[in-house]
Design a protein around this ligand. Structure first.
Ligand SMILES: Nc1ncnc2c1ncn2[C@@H]1O[C@H](COP(=O)(O)O)[C@@H](OP(=O)(O)O)[C@H]1O
Ligand SMILES: [Mg+2]
Ligand SMILES: [Mg+2]
Ligand SMILES: [Mg+2]
Length: 424
C-alpha cells in the first residue's frame, strides 16, 4: 500500500495551492513527485485504423473554475471541482483518441476494453478532486484499478500513462505537480471504495463507452457525488457530442462544434455548457406527450441491449422514428436537453449494472425534469455498493408525461418475452 505522502513545501510554494491556500489542505493519499523533472512521450504511430478526428481547441479546466452557478447550494465547491476534473480528463481523452494505437487498448479480465485514456482520466479526476475538495475524507467508487498495470510486461504502458498525465497537467498549468509511477498506480486505486448508504462518495466512470471511444465515436467522462446514498451532483463530459442537437444523427458527430459538459446539482436544475468553458445554460427534457412523436435512445453496441424488448416497447407505443444509437451516458445528456424523448436499456440476463454507468447521467436527467426508473417504476438505488443491486430488469428514462405509458409498454414487453418459448 502506498504511503500517505503530502505535497512538499517546495512544490506548494510554486503551485496554485500556495497562491490560494485552502482552509484545511488535505494530504494527497499518494506520492506525487516524479524522480525525474520531465518526461516526453514519443508519439509513434498514426491512428490509421480510426476515423480521422479534427484537431480541436483543448478543453479548458481553468475556465471551469468560474464561480459555481449552484452558488448557495451545499455542493457548490464540489460542483466546481467536479467540472474542473472532468474538463481536464476530457482534454487527455481527446488527445489520446486522436492518436490512439493498438497498444493503447488492453482487454480486461471480463474481456471488456480499457485504454490508456481510461486510466489517465481516472488519475486526473482523482488528483483534481483531492486538490480542490479539501474538507472531509476522500472516497471514490471508480471503474478502473491498477492490477493489470502492476503485472510484469506492463512497464511500457505504465510509462505511457505517466507521460500522458504529466503532459496534460503541464499543458493545463492549473496544478504545478507531476506524478511518479507509484503515484499513478495509487491514484488509480483511490477509486476502490465500496460506496454505500453513509457518508460521501465520488462515483466515476473515467471513460463511459470505451468501445465508442476506440471506434472514434461517442463517450463520456461521468462523475457524480453520493451523499448518504443519494446522488446529489453529476457532471458528464462528452467531448464528441455536438453542442446542438444530436437528433437524427445516429451517433455521428456533425460538422458542428463538439465538446459538451452537462452538470446538475440536487434541487438546482441541470445545465449545459461547452467543454471549452462557455457560460452554462439551463436545460430541460422535451415536453412530448404523444409517444408517436417520441424518439428513443439505446446503446450503439447491440450486445448491451435486448433489441427484441426495446423494439417491442417502441411498437407498443407507436414510436415511428428509428432508435438513435449512441454509446455512453451521452444518451442521458442528450435526453436531458431534449434531443430525444426516451432512453431504454435492457441488458442481457445476468448482467449487473454498475453505479458509475448511471449516477451522473441519471441526476442530469432528473434535474432537467425527467424521470429515471427501473422496469417496475422504482427509483434507482445507488446506496448498495458498486452495483445497482435491486434493479428490476432494465432502466428507462423519459419525461413525466410519457412515463406512465412507457412503463406499461415496458412491463407488457417483458411479460411477453418471459412467456415466449425459449429458443432451442
Ligand atoms: N454485456 C453488457 N450489457 C450491458 N452493459 C454492458 C455490457 N458490457 C459492458 N457494459 C457496460 O456498458 C457501458 C457502455 O454503455 P453503453 O452501451 O450505453 O455505451 C460500459 O461502460 P464502459 O465503457 O465504461 O466499460 C459497460 O459498463
Ligand atoms: Mg469499461
Ligand atoms: Mg461505463
Ligand atoms: Mg468506463
Amino acid at each position: 500500500m502506498a504511503a500517505r505522502v503530502g505535497l512538499s513545501h517546495a512544490l506548494l510554494a510554486s503551485s496554485s495551492l500556495a497562491r490560494n491556500p485552502p482552509p484545511r489542505a488535505r494530504l494527497l493519499p499518494y506520492p506525487t513527485l516524479l524522480p525525474l523533472p520531465t518526461y516526453r512521450r514519443s508519439v509513434s504511430a498514426s491512428a490509421s485504423a480510426l476515423p480521422s478526428l479534427r484537431r480541436r481547441r483543448p478543453f479548458a479546466a481553468r475556465a471551469m473554475s468560474q464561480p459555481p452557478e449552484a452558488a448557495g447550494s451545499p455542493y457548490a465547491a464540489e460542483l466546481a471541482a467536479a467540472k474542473k476534473a472532468v474538463a481536464l480528463a476530457a482534454r487527455l481523452c481527446q488527445t489520446v483518441q486522436q492518436e490512439l494505437v493498438q497498444s493503447d487498448v488492453q482487454s480486461k479480465a471480463d474481456k471488456t476494453p480499457v485504454t490508456v485514456a481510461d486510466y489517465g482520466s481516472q488519475i486526473l479526476v482523482s488528483l483534481v478532486l483531492n486538490m480542490e475538495v479539501t474538507s472531509g475524507s476522500f472516497s471514490m467508487v471508480a471503474e478502473e484499478d491498477s492490477e493489470d498495470l502492476r503485472k510484469e510486461g506492463a512497464e511500457e504502458i505504465l510509462e505511457h500513462i505517466t507521460d500522458l498525465v504529466n503532459e496534460t497537467l503541464a499543458e493545463d498549468g492549473s496544478f504545478n505537480i507531476s506524478l511518479s509511477q507509484e503515484g499513478i498506480l495509487s491514484a488509480i486505486d483511490s477509486g476502490k471504495s465500496e460506496g454505500g448508504p453513509s457518508g460521501r462518495h465520488w462515483v466515476l466512470d473515467p471513460i463511459d463507452g470505451t468501445k465508442g471511444f476506440v471506434r472514434g465515436g461517442q463517450y463520456a467522462i461521468a462523475l457524480a457525488l453520493l451523499d448518504e446514498g443519494k446522488v446529489v451532483l453529476g457532471v458528464l463530459g462528452c467531448p464528441n457530442l455536438p453542442l446542438t442537437s444530436i437528433c437524427n444523427l445516429n451517433g455521428n458527430s456533425s460538422g458542428d462544434q463538439t465538446g459538451v459538459l452537462f452538470s446538475a446539482t440536487i434541487g438546482c436544475g441541470a445545465e449545459v455548457q461547452s467543454l471549452d468553458g462557455s457560460p452554462p445554460q439551463k436545460i430541460s427534457v422535451c415536453s412530448i406527450d404523444n409517444p408517436v412523436n417520441a424518439s428513443f435512445f439505446e446503446s450503439y453496441e447491440g450486445a448491451h441491449n435486448m433489441r427484441d424488448v426495446t423494439g417491442s416497447i417502441a411498437e407498443k407505443l407507436g414510436v415511428q422514428a428509428p432508435p438513435v444509437r449512441i454509446d455512453s451516458q451521452a444518451k442521458y445528456g442528450a435526453l436531458a436537453r431534449g434531443d430525444g424523448a426516451i432512453y431504454l436499456r435492457f441488458p442481457h440476463k445476468g448482467y449487473k449494472e454498475k453505479i458509475w454507468d448511471h449516477a451522473a447521467g441519471s441526476i442530469v436527467v432528473t434535474e432537467a425534469g425527467g424521470i429515471v426508473t427501473d422496469a417496475s417504476g422504482k427509483d434507482l438505488d445507488f446506496s448498495k455498493g458498486r452495483c445497482l443491486d435491486d434493479l428490476d430488469t432494465g432502466i428507462v428514462a423519459t419525461n413525466k408525461q410519457l412515463m406512465p405509458s412507457l412503463l406499461k409498454a415496458v412491463q407488457e414487453a417483458i411479460k411477453e418475452k418471459n412467456q415466449a418459448p425459449s429458443p432451442l
